[in-house]
Design a protein around this ligand. Structure first.
Ligand SMILES: [Zn+2]
Length: 148
């Protein structure tokens, strides 16, 4: 899924649980479940060559800007103090993609990360149709908005 969906999920989990030992692993676990849902994201088409890495990288920059905006607007904007746990939860939600980034864009990965990337790829279900692939993520963000 898009970074905005993963990060918002991690932030929501962090907003509901009292300790990083609980919300960090759950945010990472939720990432795999979300990637298992058929979806469209910036990496869709990289493996079959219908999208270039350059295009995916540019789209990811927009995705990350949107991510920061959504996390800020959903949680930080209405809070009186800095919400570190929200941002940590968001980052935890992005962790499997962050680990995979050097492999995706540089064709390189630390050998210790190979099993994590293989596990991540085993969950990934991308679909090329943007509207159908964005729909579950839009629904997810609306649900998160009401649950936050
Ligand atoms: Zn992922």
């Amino acid at each position: 899924m898009l970074s905005v969906a993963h990060a918002a999920t991690g932030a929501l989990i962090a907003s509901k649980l009292p300790h990083p030992a609980l919300y960090i692993p759950l945010a990472i676990g939720a990432h795999y479940l979300e990637d298992w849902t058929p979806h469209w994201d910036v990496g869709t088409g990289l493996t079959n060559g219908t999208r270039t890495k350059r295009t995916a990288f540019i789209l990811e920059i927009f995705d990350l800007i949107l991510t920061i905006g959504v996390i800020y607007f959903f949680w930080q904007n209405s809070a009186a103090t800095w919400q570190t746990h929200i941002w940590v939860g968001a980052l935890a939600g992005l962790t499997p993609d962050l680990i995979a980034t050097p492999k995706i864009f540089l064709n390189w990965q630390l050998s210790i990360l190979e099993p994590f990337n293989a596990f991540h790829e085993s969950f990934h279900h991308s679909i090329p149709k943007i509207a159908m692939g964005l729909l579950p993520q839009i629904i997810l963000l609306v649900v998160i908005w009401f649950l936050r």
